[in-house]
Design a protein. Structure first.
Length: 198
């Protein structure tokens, strides 16, 4: 064998062979992509045990709208007065709160500059209240809410629109109180098909 032929002989080193470099490069690329796609910054936690919500339980069992607890609408009305729900919500069936005690109306006046206070005070208060300008009215609530949903929401209040600050107080109501308030807010509610309203 001549010396020139030995020089042309393909290398046996897998790191310098053109074919091997190509395969190695593709393997490294695939591994890198699998790390990018497969890895997460957060550690993997076991999936929480699925527990049925109050709404799902009521629907599945055919239970009453109060999720197995009979609500007393009159007591629910008294509870709404006791908890002063009319400080934030209109349409509670209670006398409207005076402006200085109605949180939402007061906040709206502060933000709009209508509140009777020095401009420096308004400027100081505005950033603290500008996220608390709306609360649903309960006017016509029997036609707008399902008792099951109210039971679920009042049991575990949460913000319904992502990205907003918490606005509903976490009252830690007892099951009977929740059922009573839901019964009051949905008292006499049935739509034409006989099902609970939306």
């Amino acid at each position: 064998m001549t010396q020139s032929r030995l020089l042309r002989r393909p290398s046996l080193n897998p790191m310098t062979s053109k074919h091997s470099i190509w395969v190695w490069g593709l393997g490294a690329l695939g591994f890198s992509l699998s790390l990018i796609v497969g890895c997460d910054d957060k550690p993997t936690e076991p999936a929480p045990e699925a527990k049925p919500s109050a709404t799902a339980s009521a629907a599945a069992s055919g239970a009453s709208a109060k999720v197995g607890i009979n609500g007393n609408a009159e007591h629910g009305k008294a509870l709404m007065k006791e908890f002063e729900c009319n400080r934030c919500h209109d349409g509670t069936g209670q006398e409207p709160m005076a402006l200085e005690k109605h949180c939402i109306h007061c906040h709206q006046d502060i933000v709009s500059g209508k509140f009777n206070a020095p401009a420096t005070s308004l400027a100081k208060w505005k950033p603290n209240v500008e996220h608390y300008l709306d609360a649903p009215s309960f006017e016509g609530s029997a036609k707008r809410y399902r008792a099951e949903w109210l039971v679920s929401f009042l049991s575990e209040p949460h913000d319904l629109r992502p990205g907003l600050v918490q606005s509903m107080p976490r009252l830690k109501l007892e099951k009977q109180q929740v059922a009573d308030i839901a019964a009051y807010l949905t008292h006499g509610a049935k739509n034409e098909s006989g099902k609970d309203p939306l």
